[in-house]
Structures are given as structure tokens and as C-alpha cells.
Design a protein around this ligand. Structure first.
Ligand SMILES: [Zn+2]
Length: 280
């Protein structure tokens, strides 16, 4: 079934195919209280579509972020494995990168500070960006500097204009939760220092299929399932760059564009670097 009226959130193409429909469901993490049990519960279509142009798998319906995230019930610190993972990744970053009291670590959708607390403990300045006001309040109470806003191009530019730039930006399972995917990535490019590092975690489509993880499909996570299987199977392509290299070049390209550099030249240099990279 092809829905030609749908537009891909990433490439803007309109060749999307619905591959799974879970019917209409209420929003996850938005349980009714005893008082509103008698009211009609709002439901939204929960359909997963595949973009034939860029391979991004995404939901067809976009629910307003204000509705989804302003008052949120999910506290990351309640999940021990999430906190353990945050501790190990922050330890690794601090071992690999010389950070000190003049550095800045930013987390997009920083929740209750479950990750930034580990940098805070080492006296490395942090800034959390968390749209859920109730959760941002908890982070602030724990001493984690947090602003309660939605992250995108505009906020990143405001911060940069105020002289704020990040050495490290974390975005854990956050790209899957935003409708304006390209705006968030552009925001990362704006906010990151030229030698900074963006650490981005996204779910993997193959695992969803292999382990029948249909319960991870919900309105908050409208996308993002990155996968190169399509290109590998149909075209025999294999990546020349690992994910880290590809992201680095993408961020550098956006940064150069924002800085008004000669994009023809930059693009040619990147293509050259790509063509001469060893395939792995
Ligand atoms: Zn697409």
C-alpha cells in the first residue's frame, strides 16, 4: 500500500509505504486518572511506513510535541540499566577527551539528569535541555543546570549567540522522538565546537524485526530506525565510513554551511575523502 500524500520526515520524498499498522491507540505514558475515566480517551493512528527513497522507517502520524512531552511520566533514573549505561559512556568520553572546568557537556532531552550527573560529579560544566517541565524541575533540584525548552535550530542559535558552545553533545534515543529531525541535527551542528563530539544513540531496525520489538513502536518515537540493509541487499553497497566518520562529516558539512564557507569546495573535499577511504 502506498500513501503518496505522506512526506518523509528526513528526505522530503513522498514514496512511503505503510508496512505495519497497529490501529488507533492512545498515547503511551499518558495514563488516565481516576477522575477522567469517564471521558473519551484520545487515540491516534499507529502506522509504520518505509521511505523507498532514503530507507527511513517512521510513523505516519505526528502528534504535537507539546502534547507528548511537556508533562512527562518517564524518569530515566528509574531504570537501573539506563543509569549504568550513562555512567559507562560518560566514563569512556572523559577518558578519551580532555574535559575540564572550562568545557561544556550538553544533553538534548536530558530528562532528570541521569547522565549529566556523572560529568557534574567531576566538576565538568553541564547543560541539560529538557522540554518536560516537571522532569526539568527534578533535574534542577539535583543540581543539574537545565533549561526547559524544545531543542532545534532556533534554540541552538540562541545559545551560540550567547557564547555557549559544547565540547560534547549527547542525544540518547532522542532523534527517534522528534518530528523535525533535520532541525535537530542542524541544531547540533550549530551548538557543537569545531573540535566537539556528538554522541548519538538510535534504535536499530534489524533488532526490531529480529526480536519482534513491536512494543517499542509508539507515538513518541515517531522515527528513527537507521538501516543500510536495503542498500546492501539491492545494490551490493558496503559502507566506506563507519557511523562515527559519517556523522563527523555530516556535522562538519552543516557547520561549514552555517559559517558561509564555499560549499562546492567543502563537498568536493568530502567526496574525495569518501572515495579514497578504504572499504571495510
Ligand atoms: Zn526519506
Amino acid at each position: 500500500m502506498s500513501n503518496s500524500f505522506l512526506v518523509c520526515r528526513s528526505c522530503g520524498g513522498n514514496d512511503l509505504e505503510v508496512v505495519l499498522s497497529l490501529g488507533c491507540t492512545p498515547l503511551a505514558n499518558a495514563l488516565l486518572t481516576e477522575e477522567n475515566l469517564s471521558e473519551t480517551e484520545e487515540t491516534y493512528p499507529l502506522e509504520v511506513a518505509f521511505c523507498r527513497e532514503c530507507s527511513l522507517v517512521q510513523l505516519t502520524e505526528t502528534v504535537s510535541p507539546e502534547k507528548l512531552f511537556r508533562d512527562y511520566l518517564y524518569f530515566s533514573s528509574f531504570a537501573d540499566t539506563v543509569v549504568q549505561n550513562a555512567q559507562s559512556i560518560s566514563k569512556r568520553i572523559m577518558e578519551e577527551h580532555p574535559l575540564d572546568s572550562r568545557s561544556l557537556v550538553v544533553e538534548i532531552a536530558s530528562n532528570d539528569g541521569y547522565l549529566l550527573q556523572f560529568y557534574n560529579q567531576e566538576n565538568i560544566p553541564v547543560l541539560g535541555i529538557e522540554p518536560a517541565q516537571n522532569i526539568a524541575k527534578v533535574a534542577l533540584q539535583r543540581g543539574i543546570r537545565t533549561i526547559s525548552e524544545f531543542f532545534g535550530r532556533e534554540l541552538a542559535q540562541q545559545l551560540r549567540d550567547q557564547g555557549t558552545q559544547a565540547d560534547i553533545i549527547h542525544a540518547n534515543n532522542v532523534l527517534a522522538h522528534v518530528a523535525d529531525l533535520n532541525g535537530v541535527v542542524a541544531g547540533i551542528a550549530i551548538l557543537l565546537k569545531s573540535n566537539g563530539l556528538a554522541v548519538i544513540e538510535v534504535p536499530y531496525l534489524k533488532d526490531l524485526v529480529d526480536y519482534v520489538e513491536f512494543d517499542t513502536i509508539y507515538h513518541e518515537a515517531g522515527l528513527l530506525r537507521l538501516d543500510s540493509t536495503h542498500a546492501h541487499m539491492n545494490l551490493g553497497w558496503r559502507p566506506r565510513w563507519c557511523l562515527r566518520q559519517a556523522l563527523e562529516h555530516t556535522v562538519n558539512w552543516h557547520r561549514a554551511w552555517i559559517d558561509g564557507q564555499d560549499m562546492g569546495n567543502i563537498s568536493l573535499r568530502q567526496i574525495q575523502a569518501y572515495m579514497t577511504a578504504g572499504s571495510s
